[in-house]
Write a protein that binds this ligand. Structure first.
Ligand code: SF4
Ligand code: SF4
Length: 402
């Protein structure tokens, strides 16, 4: 058996569902990436645009001068279209009798984040793969590996390694397994036989993802305006979510799966199992929003230890939960559990970021109970930004009340 085949077999044995090899030449869409940066579509992700990051993304040999081949790997996580009866049942089982619809309201978490943090789950397997390569060749091999964490245009390399095409929703789509993959790359200082690039485009005339995206942020050149993408807004953005986008985030509290969920390639392969490491953890896929407002620093860290959700940090996560609760309240009469949960955040949360989004959220209910909470908070709030949100929310409710 050739070395390339032996390495691919070992990668599959370690749990990777997609395995391909490409050469370390500059990625074909680097120019598109530069244009994307020039249009400021990366928002606050300044690390993408540093000179060091750019020169490495432009040429993988700048990362590892000895690089002669790149292994590109994909590992499946559960499809967002997978059946979720069990976690949903778990989420609802503790509901008190007579609990209102709003008390039961759940948020949504992107499917890749239902289980273990891939930054923690994958390194051991990548190290094992490098050790295997070294055993096969009988010497140390220069190497560098990444799991979504490196300055590398991974979808471009995956396409060139034959793993799939880059869809209109910007994801790498494999024709037999869909797009619910986490990608990883291993740069190696040995030559492996490269796979032929994946050259066909199976999106055809389909535009489902573009039509379904809640914020309309998918661009026609297979990039997206991250500044309006819910994944960016709920994970990468550290500050205030722009007011005009809050209603569009719906019940998403960490990431968004809409453009993958509607993709026919994921509907077709919805029943494929993901790696066990990424199986849904109890209470993560559809957490009850009112319960999440009670997370303090300790309980947040405990709940999301080894989970990708810790990336949002408590303040970002509670900001997202507040916005989702506002969207639950929007246009409805307020119910005590949901507005009481928001009032608690507004009156007691130590983070101004959380209080300001809780004020906005209460303003969505347009009802007298929410107005009382806002007036109470206005009398004691010291932060100018939060006060601005409280007053805007007050005006909104006052204008709507008879
Ligand atoms: Fe749009 Fe959501 Fe896809 Fe972002 S993740 S492009 S917001 S559908
Ligand atoms: Fe392509 Fe349609 Fe999937 Fe969008 S939804 S990525 S257009 S196949």
């Amino acid at each position: 058996m050739s070395l390339t085949q032996a390495v691919k077999d070992e990668a599959r044995r370690l749990g990777f569902h997609l395995v391909g090899v490409t050469i370390p030449d500059p990625p074909p869409h680097f120019g598109v990436f530069q244009e994307w940066l020039a249009g400021d579509r990366h928002g606050e992700m300044a690390y993408l645009a540093t000179p060091r990051s750019l020169e490495r993304r432009e040429d993988p040999r700048r990362i590892l001068p000895e690089c002669r081949s790149i292994l590109v790997l994909g590992i499946r996580y559960p499809s967002p279209n997978a059946r979720l009866e069990e976690p949903l049942a778990e989420a609802l089982q503790n509901t008190e009798p007579g609990g209102s619809e709003q008390a039961l309201a759940t948020g949504r978490v992107a499917a890749y984040a239902w289980g273990e943090d891939y930054h923690e789950a994958l390194p051991e397997r990548l190290q094992a793969l490098v050790a295997f390569v070294e055993r096969q060749v009988g010497r140390a091999v220069p190497n560098r590996w990444y799991t979504d964490s490196g300055p590398i245009l991974e979808r471009d390399l995956a396409q060139r390694a034959g793993l799939g095409w880059i869809g209109k929703n910007t994801c790498l789509i494999n024709p037999t397994q869909g797009s619910c993959f986490l990608l990883a790359e291993v740069l190696l200082g040995i030559e492996l036989e490269p796979d032929p690039p994946f050259l066909s485009d199976h999106c055809g005339n389909c535009t489902r993802c573009l039509e379904a995206c809640p914020t309309g942020c998918i661009l026609t050149n297979r990039t997206l305006d991250a500044r309006r993408c819910i994944s960016y807004l709920t994970i990468e953005l550290k500050g205030t979510i722009p007011t005009e986008l809050r209603l569009k985030t719906g019940d998403w509290i960490f990431g968004c799966d809409v453009c993958q969920g509607v993709c026919p390639w994921n509907l077709r392969f919805a029943l494929l199992e993901g790696d066990p490491a990424f199986a849904p953890r109890r209470g993560v896929p559809r957490p009850r929003l009112a319960d999440e407002t009670r997370l303090d620093a300790n309980t947040f860290n405990l709940k999301f230890k080894h989970s990708p959700l810790k990336r949002a940090k408590r303040r970002g996560y509670l900001r997202n939960v507040a916005v989702a609760l506002g969207n639950v309240l929007a246009g409805r009469p307020a119910s005590s559990p949901a507005s009481a949960a928001l009032a608690r955040l507004l009156l007691e949360d130590p983070e101004a970021l959380v209080r300001s989004h809780a004020a906005w959220a209460l303003g969505q209910s347009r009802d007298a109970e929410a107005l009382r909470y806002l007036c109470q908070a206005e009398g004691r709030e010291k932060d100018a930004g939060v006060l601005t949100e409280i007053r805007a929310a007050r005006r909104q409710i006052e204008a709507a009340l008879p």
